[in-house]
Design a protein around this ligand. Structure first.
Ligand SMILES: Nc1ncnc2c1ncn2[C@@H]1O[C@H](COP(=O)(O)OP(=O)(O)OP(=O)(O)O)[C@@H](O)[C@H]1O
Length: 258
């Protein structure tokens, strides 16, 4: 689905990503982790075509993302990011309708009626009661669900999530990740998610890329990545790693300094 080859990026001659190379299979849930400033968002912005790499390439379904038009790219991928929502005056349903823009002509019409799809996504995200409200009448967690809805109605083949659970309480974190995973089973969408929470990354990702200061440290399954010595080397704090009693996946426990 995606092949990232020898990506490099500098800002004002300061190198922020070096030789990043990995591939993501169709239908995979792929995580990107790393400390603050390690280059995660920069990498995601390059995968979504927002910023170009200085060198290297990104293939999306065997074609370089540079060769896609904006609209073609929007039919391939959707990005869920913190600031993705339109200004506050819009109602929830209107925001979801905006997600259909890659399929609309210049009059805002499309050949297939998206109403059933939008209804399905509104139901799945628990937004039925909220659909006539405007964005300023929603909580942070509700807005995040609307932003996810807008990405899903785009029917992307690749869904990019930039720290999707920031500002969400633990209940909404699990709810959002479960919704993404069940939508993924339903549609075979490929998911690439930047995550800060290593425990969530372990529970949901098939494979994880770990970045440190712009370098690719390792790509592997959660067991290969959530290792206390590796985490200490990258984050500067040594956690205890134990297996989750139900999911049989590694989870970390932080240790306070005193
Ligand atoms: N537009 C920019 N101009 C200059 N430097 C930038 C720009 N965007 C990012 N950087 C720098 O590039 C490096 C990587 O930033 P990036 O946002 O990709 O990291 P991140 O891993 O997503 O961080 P965080 O976890 O804190 O969100 C940082 O040192 C940052 O200061």
């Amino acid at each position: 689905m995606i092949e990232v080859k020898a990506l490099k990026k500098s800002y004002h001659s300061i190198s922020v990503l070096r030789d990043v190379t990995f591939s993501v299979a169709r239908g995979e849930f792929f995580g990107i982790i790393g400390p603050n400033g390690s280059g995660k968002s920069t990498l995601l912005k390059m995968i979504s075509g927002v910023i170009p790499p200085d060198s290297g390439d990104i293939l999306l379904g065997e074609k370089s993302i540079r060769s896609y038009s904006r609209k073609d790219l929007a039919r391939q991928l959707a990005v869920l990011e913190q600031e993705a929502l339109p200004p506050v005056g819009f109602r929830v349903r209107e925001v979801l309708e905006m997600g259909r823009f890659p399929y609309q002509n210049w009059l805002g019409e499309e050949t297939e009626d998206p109403t059933a799809l939008i209804d399905e996504i509104i139901r799945m995200l628990g937004l039925v009661e909220l659909e006539e409200r405007t964005l300023d009448q929603l909580s942070g967690g509700e807005k995040q669900r609307v932003a996810l809805g807008k990405s899903l109605v785009q029917k992307p083949k690749l869904l990019l999530l930039d720290e999707p659970t920031t500002y969400l309480d633990i209940g909404y974190q699990i709810q959002l990740m479960d919704i993404v995973r069940s939508w993924q089973k339903h549609t075979q969408v490929t998911v690439v998610a930047v995550l800060h929470d290593l425990n969530l990354a372990s529970l949901y990702c098939d494979r994880i890329l770990m970045l440190h200061k712009g370098n690719q440290v390792r790509v592997g399954d959660p067991r290969e990545i959530l290792q206390s010595s590796l985490i200490e080397q990258v984050y500067g704090t040594r956690p205890i790693v134990m297996e989750h009693p139900i999911h049989q996946l590694p989870q970390i426990f932080l240790q306070s300094g005193s």
